[in-house]
Ligand binder design. Structure first.
Ligand code: MBD
Ligand code: FE
Length: 287
């Protein structure tokens, strides 16, 4: 076996992530129970199947390729990677359609690694981390406002992100359950001051079905470093979004196509030398 074929500890840890996403999604309320009308299923399923027929004709897909697709699709399910596949290659267009009319802050995809009911923390807080947590400390601060600029007291900033090695708690093994996950309640002026560690870029697990597709197509497997957020306030629409780091690796080539120019952070060193700080405000549309 060559060095490249040898699964690394990183691979083993990453492999669990995609698989665990299926388990978490299945426990999501209404995941499979949505009531979608027959007319709508007919309309969308017919269009989707037709679109694939066109690809088969256009690309002259062979039986060999058809069987390879079948085998691959079966394996995606075995690996539990349908949530990963869909969120990486489909969700950004669903988000584009869903949020087209919003006037406030830009949203982007949720991805497969959100967990509801994270610990509640006050406006000025430090996210759960391990002793001697690796990485660059980051003070992430800002304010939640309405479209007219009114501060939204008691807004909730539900935040989750990977660690300095690109792993998510509850998806990669061996991490504390609520590492870098919290629901932060903003103060009376809608402000929050969240101390955390800057996350690293995220690599799609290389040894699952999504990784196999990426390798077979010769793509790269990376998302730029990002912080996920769900920001909400009474009488306002919740926004699901992510923030990225200006000049960071893969911001121009995100495999999940979820980067927008409005979602860039440019942290600066803190005066006291303790890592970086950055300010990002959210504007919520009315409900
Ligand atoms: C992620 O961390 C992510 O945010 C998305 C959208 C897909 C895979 C991993
Ligand atoms: Fe992510």
């Amino acid at each position: 076996m060559t060095q490249v074929d040898q699964p690394t500890e990183f691979d083993a840890k990453a492999a669990d992530s995609g698989a665990n996403a299926t388990r978490v999604f299945q426990s999501k309320e209404n995941a499979a129970g949505a009531q979608i009308s027959q007319e709508r299923v007919d309309e969308v399923a017919t269009a989707a199947i037709k679109a694939i027929h066109e690809v088969i004709r256009d690309k002259q897909v062979t039986y060999e390729e058809y069987d390879a697709l079948k085998a691959w699709m079966i394996q995606v399910g075995v690996d539990g990677e349908w949530p990963l596949f869909l969120d990486v290659w489909m969700e950004h267009v669903v988000e584009e359609v869903a949020n087209a009319e919003r006037e406030g802050s830009k949203g982007t995809i949720e991805g497969p690694y959100y967990v509801p009911d994270a610990p509640e923390l006050p406006a000025d807080c430090t996210l759960e981390m391990r002793e001697d947590e690796a990485g660059t400390p980051l003070l992430f601060q800002g304010q939640v406002r309405a479209l007219d600029g009114t501060p939204l007291a008691g807004a909730i900033v539900d935040i989750w992100h990977a660690d300095d090695a690109g792993f998510y708690s509850q998806f990669a093994p061996g991490l504390p359950d609520w590492l870098f996950r919290a629901r932060v309640t903003a103060d009376d002026e809608g402000r929050y001051f969240i101390n955390t560690m800057q996350p690293a870029p995220y690599q799609i697990p290389t040894d699952g079905s999504c990784g196999k597709l990426i390798a077979a197509a010769g793509w790269h497997a990376w998302r730029p470093a990002h912080i996920h957020l769900k920001v909400s306030a009474p009488d306002h629409q919740l926004i699901t979004t992510q923030l990225y780091f200006e000049g960071g690796e893969y911001v121009e080539t995100d495999i999940a196509d979820a980067v927008k120019p409005e979602l860039m952070l440019a942290p600066t060193p803190r005066a006291d030398g303790s890592g970086n700080e950055v300010t990002y405000d959210f504007v919520l549309d009315p409900a």
